[in-house]
Design a binder for this molecule. Structure first.
Ligand code: FES
Length: 168
């Protein structure tokens, strides 16, 4: 499978890895096709994303997607950030192999889930946006939730998924 330079760069040197302490919003989703998991935490300042961090238990493409999404949306207003879709992410990465296109929606949807979580916490449920794809359900507030995937017998703690746990 061929990956471009930008994908490899973000996979080998992922930006914004980790978890924000006492975040303003948390989004955690799993890909229904493979069971991989992504968790994004956000810090909101004056309606802008002051900080964004991710933890991903997944393939190399998912790591690269997570990394570039955090770079693309930092500093944007919440409304602008929810407008970043998977096509924009794939374009920013210089493309993904066809078999890996499904990985791209994890990043934008985990981010949207985090922003939705912020809006719900702050009494603005009318702002909640739809996710782009179908995902495994996760309780973003439950720090030790398992991904729930039986396909690989996964019993990984959701927050334990880091870049070290990645597959290519
Ligand atoms: Fe699961 Fe890429 S996100 S294979």
């Amino acid at each position: 499978m061929h990956y471009g330079e930008t994908v490899l760069d973000h996979f080998m040197n992922p930006r914004n890895v980790g978890e924000i302490e006492n975040p303003d919003g948390v989004g955690q989703i799993g890909n229904v096709q493979c069971g991989d998991i992504m968790r994004i935490t956000i810090r909101v300042t004056d309606n802008r994303l002051g900080d964004v961090k991710f933890k991903t238990f997944g393939c190399g493409a998912a790591i690269a997607v997570s990394s570039i999404v955090t770079e693309m949306v930092k500093g944007k207003t919440l409304e602008e950030a929810t407008g970043v879709n998977r096509e924009a992410v794939v374009q920013a990465l210089g493309g993904l192999p066809d078999k890996k296109l499904h990985c791209s929606n994890l990043g934008t949807d985990a981010l949207k889930a985090a922003i939705n979580n912020y809006w719900r916490r702050n009494g603005q449920p009318e702002k909640v946006v739809a996710l782009e794809d179908e995902h495994l359900e996760h309780d973003a507030e439950e720090a030790n939730a398992c991904c729930g995937s039986n396909e690989r017998g996964c019993r990984q703690p959701a927050v334990g998924g880091t870049v070290e746990g990645s597959r290519t």
